[in-house]
Write a protein that binds this ligand. Structure first.
Ligand SMILES: [Zn+2]
Length: 366
């Protein structure tokens, strides 16, 4: 990852570069940003810049042997720690091939994306991980530069792992850097936080997401704007919307709502099977899409027509459904959609969730 591959965030990039060039690199830093932010991407670009043999004013060169190894996540002096199933033998080292594809394909991916990628339900960073890391960091660096540990989702360090890490943060070995990456730093041990220099990574702005989608993903400006609006500064989510759900998302959702309104059980049952077969990410995206549409209906009912950012079929849908809904049933439907999202996230049975919510929405629309 290079700084120039990350859209926007020039102020953070500049201060990181400045720290390197003025020899003020703190030995432990916490890249803190919400899910779908550039927290990991910035830590990777920073580590690349530190290792680069031909640093430019605003980025690593991207061509030297060190940059090359960094881009493949194969630099011998950079250790990656991330949640795994835990246990003595199951540590990050064993998951490097999966980690490389994950970071390459989804550098803004979330914890649940990662766990899905390695097919485990619950992840953590066990004490064994800290122990092995400390051992590795006590060895000499291969390339003569810094030894770097990048700890992604560091809030998943279990207590024993956190305490072991804390000891080494208090008395760090020479030429060693710890780059902690977290989304919910409130779950990190406060003693660890107090040992780190905090780097706040803000969410992407709508404009930054639009630039990313139009420049790097070849998405048209109108669609990009719509996706940026739905994704709320979360680039991972924006990419999910852009890739995993297509234009028929609206058609599918609108049809679902019509069947609810008509209480057409004969259609709703096969739809539930179809929904069940789609996979968790699609299901979550569909419910999130529903939430955003109901938010628009809510605005519309409140006379905020000019605040509505939709057009075409979606706008027609919002106008029609604003006739059958009022504030109280809108709130109830929104709650239902959020609860279903929660249950899907926790591996509830999608078919049953879909049928339950369909019947409840049908009742509310009557
Ligand atoms: Zn380089």
């Amino acid at each position: 990852m290079l700084f120039r591959e990350i859209i926007g965030l020039d102020d953070v990039k500049q201060s990181l570069i400045q720290a390197v060039n003025s020899n003020h690199v703190a030995h432990a830093q916490l890249f803190h940003g919400a899910e779908g932010s550039a927290n990991l991407a910035l830590a990777l670009a920073y580590a690349t810049y530190i290792n680069c043999e031909n640093k430019q004013a605003d980025d690593a060169c991207g061509r030297c042997p060190n940059c090359n190894k960094m881009s493949k996540l194969a630099h011998p002096d950079v250790n990656y720690i991330f949640p795994t199933a835990g246990g003595k033998s199951v540590i990050s080292e064993n998951f490097m091939p999966q980690w490389r594809t994950f970071v390459k394909d989804t550098p803004y991916g979330t914890l649940s994306d990662w766990l899905e990628h390695i097919a485990i339900k619950q992840g953590n960073i066990p004490a064994e991980e800290s122990r092995q890391l400390i051992q590795k960091l006590s060895l000499k660096s291969y390339e003569g530069g810094y030894k770097i540990a990048i700890i992604w989702q560091s809030e998943m360090l279990n207590i024993a792992a956190g305490n072991a890490l804390l000891k080494v943060l208090e008395e760090p070995p020479e030429q060693t850097l710890f780059l902690l990456v977290a989304s919910s730093s409130d779950k990190l041990l406060t003693t660890i936080i107090s040992r780190t220099q905090r780097i706040a990574v803000r969410n992407f702005t709508d404009d930054e997401i639009v630039s990313y989608l139009t420049q790097k993903q070849d998405i048209g400006p109108e669609r990009a704007k719509q996706i940026a609006y739905l994704s709320d500064g979360n680039l991972n989510h924006a990419l999910e919307i852009a890739h995993k759900t297509d234009d028929d998302q609206h058609a599918w959702f609108a049809n679902w709502m019509r069947m609810c309104y008509a209480l057409n059980i004969l259609k709703l049952v096969p739809m539930a099977d179809e929904f069940d077969a789609k996979g968790k990410e699609y299901q979550k995206a569909m419910l999130e899409y529903g939430l955003s549409i109901f938010r628009e209906i809510f605005l519309y009912c409140h006379g905020g027509e000019n605040l509505i950012r939709l057009e075409g079929d979606e706008l027609v849908f919002v106008q029609k459904f604003s006739n059958v809904l009022n504030i109280s049933n809108l709130e109830a439907i929104t709650n239902l959609l959020s609860e279903s999202h929660y249950h899907i996230e926790r591996n509830g049975r999608a078919k049953m969730i879909f049928l339950d919510i369909s019947l409840a929405i049908a009742r509310l629309m009557r």
